[in-house]
Design a protein around this ligand. Structure first.
Ligand SMILES: Cc1cc2nc3c(=O)[nH]c(=O)nc-3n(C[C@H](O)[C@H](O)[C@H](O)COP(=O)(O)OP(=O)(O)OC[C@H]3O[C@@H](n4cnc5c(N)ncnc54)[C@H](O)[C@@H]3O)c2cc1C
Length: 330
């Protein structure tokens, strides 16, 4: 049995939370893959009997180039599928925490105004919208648009304006010192601090968890809070129980959701914009302010230099140079 093929294959058990997490991450990043359950799929069993793979832990990802990832983290999968997980600069004008519709929209505007902008997303760009099969009330899409497609377009648009997007990185701390804001990224012990003028929080919501005995043990293994469409195929002709009769409950029951505007007033309290920091500032990594920020950042690390401290301007600036107040074309 050949261990390479023209598509990504995921070998993992149906009720494994780790397998679910990878399926969800790939689906929400619009990466197509073929899932093979060793319990039911002869191809999976044959692959696992191959001397090359025998004894390998699951879940296992096999890539078309012949490489594989064994029980990988989201960050490892992100890197492998070509998503950025490391910032190219230690300093930005604006850093947006959260890559949902609010964060992506803010990034498009910040980027189009020439601000060096970074989005840090702990999961996949698109946020909750990535779970939506069809959004009917999105401005500019009279026929509706799939949540995944909306996310894909928003990412493309933001990147066109030079916005950097990190996936699978979690912001664990923010701080202010003088006129700079500092943000700590943490992923499995890999901690990094970045500096900026403005931090914009667009972190959306957290699910209210169901306090039912045994529920937490089954998370990702039959119990889901907002499952991506990746689960749908596996649930064909199965009984699905929905706890909660709110919006998502109705969506699950009917297969079609009641329209509600993006940026509904109900969401307003979940989005906090960086207060009193001007969005009109522009700077260059080589300008005095950048050097100053880099110095403060180094002091905070106890004098330690990090790659990127003296980097050349990144793609965003290379493209437009220090736009110095110019608007980019849009
Ligand atoms: C199934 C479904 C269908 C929907 N359909 C519609 C619809 O048709 N019309 C409509 O108007 N609305 C719809 N909604 C609601 C809509 O998706 C949300 O209102 C919208 O996504 C909110 O956007 P947001 O950017 O504020 O937050 P979110 O989409 O929640 O995005 C926040 C992001 O921040 C990230 N994040 C949080 N904390 C951190 C951290 N510490 N570090 C890094 N990243 C972090 C999260 O991972 C997340 O991706 C639907 C929602 C769901 C789940």
């Amino acid at each position: 049995m050949s261990t390479s093929r023209e598509e990504i294959r995921l070998i993992g058990f149906r009720w494994s939370p780790e397998t679910h997490e990878i399926k969800d991450f790939l689906a929400r990043n619009q990466v197509t893959y073929h899932w093979l359950d060793p319990d039911t799929d002869p191809e999976a069993r044959a692959l696992l009997e191959d001397p090359e793979l025998a004894g390998t832990s699951l879940p296992l990802l096999l890539f078309p180039d012949g490489s594989r990832l064994v029980a990988p983290s989201d960050a490892e999968v992100a890197e492998k599928i070509g998503l950025s997980t490391e910032a190219t600069s230690p300093f930005y004008d604006t850093i947006i925490v959260g890559g949902g519709p609010a964060g992506l929209a803010a990034a498009v505007y910040a980027g189009s105004e020439g601000l060096r902008t970074l989005i840090v997303e702990r999961d996949a760009p698109g946020g909750q919208a990535g779970y939506s099969a069809r959004i009917e009330n999105c401005l500019g899409f009279p026929d509706g648009i799939g949540g995944g497609e909306l996310a894909r377009r928003a990412v493309k648009q933001a990147e066109r304006f030079g916005v950097e997007i990190l996936a699978a990185r979690t912001v664990t701390g923010i701080a202010a010192e003088g006129r700079y804001r500092f943000l700590t990224l943490d992923e499995e012990g890999n901690t990094r601090e970045l500096a900026c003028h403005t931090i914009l929080l667009a972190t959306g919501i957290s699910w209210r968890l169901l306090e039912a005995p045994g529920c937490s043990d089954l998370l990702g293994a039959g119990v889901y809070y907002g499952a991506a469409s990746s689960e749908a195929a596996a649930l064909e002709n199965q009984n699905v129980f929905i706890a909660g009769g709110g919006e998502f409950g109705r969506t699950g029951r009917s297969g079609a959701r009641a329209p509600r505007p993006l940026g509904h007033p109900r969401d307003a309290g979940r989005i906090a914009f960086g207060a009193d920091v001007p969005l009109s500032c522009r700077s260059n990594r080589t300008d005095p302010e950048h050097q100053d920020a880099a110095r403060v950042l180094r002091d905070r690390r106890g004098g330690k230099h990090e790659p990127g401290d003296t980097h050349d301007p990144g793609p965003h600036l290379e493209r437009g140079g220090d736009r110095g107040g110019e608007r980019s074309s849009y």
